[in-house]
Design a protein around this ligand. Structure first.
Ligand SMILES: N[C@@H](CCC(=O)N[C@@H](CS)C(=O)NCC(=O)O)C(=O)O
Length: 225
């Protein structure tokens, strides 16, 4: 059976986890938090070379990088598909997923330590966050109208990217800018509300909430924060 290594409050871990759940594939979860090194699970570096979460354990070996993992899952278990039928549609789903990861998730990620530790970011870091997100917001609206799914008429990898990453950007904005930087994206509020009603998205949220205390305890033990 496939084994997914990582922890449930990680949005990157939840990318393959949601794909596996949506496809109805059996898998086992193996808890591994971040911060691998001499003091914590040094052997995890053999599963994921930079110690990143997630890693998928298959009969043939380990795969790291969430994007590579979902590509493997899609090819190894093609139905139900999380990609459209056409080459163009597949490319558009990949485009949107990558866009969300690069220009939203990675921008917000720089302030996640502040969010977790309840520490105000440096003004310059906050300004950079705001500038980058303000630039990406109108571009996001060009890639999706969020009318039904993020792309096309079926649930795809783009929905997984959107519903797991965009709420993180909103949390960072609400906390440190005092506003939701995505409030101007047409259709996004209703889209997110719709996605949150999906049973497997609700499982992801419940598991993340249940994991939060363990993750915080891990950070405290490892880094004293
Ligand atoms: N590009 C990687 C990013 C994964 C990632 O950054 N995961 C975080 C947890 S949410 C992590 O492992 N952080 C620890 C680190 O960066 O050392 C992927 O898509 O899997």
């Amino acid at each position: 059976m496939l084994k997914l290594h990582g922890f449930s409050s990680s949005n990157y871990y939840n990318v393959p986890k949601l794909a596996l759940l949506e496809k109805g594939i059996e898998f086992e979860e193996v808890l591994s938090y971040t911060g691998v090194g001499p003091k914590y699970k040094p052997e995890y570096l053999d599963k994921s070379p930079l110690g990143k979460v997630p890693a998928l354990e298959t009969e043939e070996g380990f795969i790291s990088e969430s994007r590579a993992i979902v590509e493997y899952i899609e090819r190894a278990f093609p139905t139900p598909s999380l990609l459209p039928d056409s080459a163009f549609g597949i490319a558009k789903v990949q485009e949107l997923s990558q866009f969300i990861e690069l220009y939203f998730e990675l921008v917000a990620r720089r302030l996640i330590p502040n969010l977790l530790g309840g520490v105000e970011p440096e003004p310059q870091a906050l300004q950079e966050f705001e500038n980058n997100i303000n630039k990406a917001v109108p571009a996001l609206a060009k890639l999706s109208d969020f009318n039904s799914f993020a792309f096309g008429d079926q649930f795809t990898l783009a929905d997984i990217a959107a519903i797991l990453n965009l709420p993180v950007v909103r949390s960072v904005g609400n906390k440190f800018l005092g506003r939701d930087p995505l409030s101007d994206v047409p259709g996004l509020d209703d889209y997110c509300a719709r996605m949150e009603t999906r049973p497997h998205v609700q499982t992801i949220r419940a598991d993340a909430a249940a994991d939060q205390a363990g993750f915080m305890a891990h950070l405290k033990a490892l880094y004293g924060i």
